[in-house]
Design a protein around this ligand. Structure first.
Ligand code: AHM
Ligand code: MG
Length: 340
């Protein structure tokens, strides 16, 4: 069944605003909302806290990225004599460690690992994560992000992890979100009851609610696509780009999925990564890039498709499966699809 925020009444949105004023600390927000979860045992709350904690550590590393070059390039040693590690590898280690220690996650799928990681515990959740997406932007001081999807494990806890625990459809997500390491660091997530955004206050070391009950405008005037690849797009994609130009839309493309998605979420817009000659199934990965953002988009009133089909309905066959990705304002995604 499609979990859609569109059915949520204006009154419940308003009551959520009243219950959680801007400035509410993340910990308090998670605690106050625990009763909303179907399995309100506190494990998912703790898992979200673990993610927030790991993101603070990664945020610190991201902010030091420029200095790392000064102190020694990748492959060399830093001043303390430690081997330097690439930031995306480091982020993977930080998140894996936090989630393994937390004990709520039994298995982890990551962009950085070929197969899933069995954490050998009784945890009830499976997580798919891209620890640091937009890696080409790391070295040039441009926004990057972490993307995560959380699922309930399907087989009984304590038994070996099975394929049905790992290869779950996007519509099975129980929570999803991203961290944007931008001019501010933000954590944006959903547990199926709307989308809320928290901004990190570095001097206090805490996230605070800054964007309650986020809604993506139904329409927008921004299109985000790597237009340099136009020659390898199919005709309907090229036609839609021409339509955007005819309408005098603004082209905005950071090249970091989280940053492009976040801007469009706030301002209205569409992000497209279609099939190309090089990547005939699209470039982006379903499990740890597209599904989370598709869930967030729908929860915020937007939509996400392959250009044809709903992203959250796609059957998973492979951990690193790719898909074409259209996400953003509902009317824009619909319009783009009408060119096919
Ligand atoms: P990555 O996982 O190697 O970082 O690739 C994903 C990134 C997205 O963040 C971004 O939207 C896209 O790839 C950019 O790709 P391109 O440079 O082909 O436009
Ligand atoms: Mg990625």
């Amino acid at each position: 069944m499609q979990r859609s925020f569109n059915n949520t009444s204006a009154a419940s949105i308003e009551s959520s605003r009243i219950a959680h004023p801007i400035g509410t600390a993340l910990d308090r927000f998670i605690k106050n909302n625990q009763a909303q979860f179907q399995y309100a045992s506190g494990e998912l709350s703790q898992l979200l806290r673990d993610i927030a904690l790991a993101s603070k550590v990664v945020n610190r590393e991201v902010n030091k990225a420029g200095l790392i070059d000064i102190m020694g390039a990748v492959g060399s040693q830093n001043m303390a004599g430690d081997e330097q590690q690439k930031l995306d590898v480091l982020a993977n280690i930080r998140f894996t460690r936090a989630l393994a220690k937390g004990g709520e996650v039994c298995a982890l799928v990551s962009e950085e690992s070929e197969s899933f990681v069995d954490l050998n515990n009784e945890g009830q959740y499976m997580i798919a994560i891209d620890p640091l997406d937009g890696s080409s932007n790391i070295d040039v001081n441009v926004s990057i992000g972490t993307i995560f999807s959380i699922y309930r494990r399907k087989s009984p806890a304590g038994t070996p992890i099975q394929q049905i625990d790992i290869l779950q459809k996007g519509s099975d997500q129980v929570a999803a979100g991203y961290v944007l390491y931008g001019s501010s660091t933000m954590l944006v997530y959903t547990t199926g009851h709307g989308v809320n955004g928290f901004t990190y206050e570095p001097t206090l070391g805490e996230y605070f609610l800054s964007h309650p009950t986020m809604r993506i405008p139904e329409d927008g005037r921004i299109y985000s696509i790597n237009e340099g690849l136009t020659n390898s797009f199919a005709a309907p994609v090229r036609d839609y780009i021409q339509f955007c130009k005819d309408e005098n839309y603004s082209a905005r493309y950071v090249g970091s999925l989280v940053a492009d998605f976040h801007r469009n979420l706030l301002k209205g817009g569409i992000y497209i990564y279609p099939a190309t000659a090089k990547d005939p199934n699209g470039k982006l990965r379903l499990m740890y890039e597209c599904n989370a953002l598709a869930y967030l988009a729908e929860q915020a009133g937007g939509s996400a498709t392959t250009g044809k089909d709903r992203i959250l309905d796609i059957e998973l066959k492979d951990l690193h499966q790719r898909t074409a990705f259209y996400v953003g304002s509902r009317n824009m995604v619909e319009k783009a699809a009408s060119f096919s």
